[in-house]
Design a protein. Sequence first.
Length: 198
Amino acid sequence: MRAEDQFNDDFETLPSKQFATQTIANGTIHRYIDAGEIVAETVTDATQTPLMKTRLVDNQPVQSVVYEDQRPAGMMTYQDGVIEQAMLLNAQGELVYRFIRHQHPVTYAYDMGRTSKLVFTNLLSETDDQKHVVYQAAEDRADYEVIDHVGYHRFSDAYEFYAQLLQTTVPEGAEIFIDLNDNPKLVEHLPQQLIFNY
């Protein structure tokens, strides 16, 4: 694993404040303070075993580590408070999978007949040559690239990664339920698998 991927918990020597968690029974949040600012946070369970540690800059997370059985199981890096990269570690702390977030613009066009009852109140409509009502919108959409650090295979997207997991763990002939939103992208990676949804 690269040096910049390592999690440094040197903040644990700083003064801290403790708070009870709302989600973990008898758990505690420790917030570490430097020059009047929160620079890190640790979540522990009832036995004070760490579950998650997070470094903060300007009150935004920049890096986190998640623990399982008192060992690091996953790490995340953030940009502007959004996860930019996630890494899955094995029991020896070695990197197994890296998930990398990519942003790209997507444009939508909704073309409807003039008698349509559907109206987008947050978008301005236009009229095309066939006198249809057209709504256009654009947004930034996140996609995830996955790198397998055991075999050094690069998956084109998270759906190709999911398909490989399903092919290696689901028995032959099994039916798989796939959410309708994910079906178009996942089915292209599982052409021989029977998929159903509602």
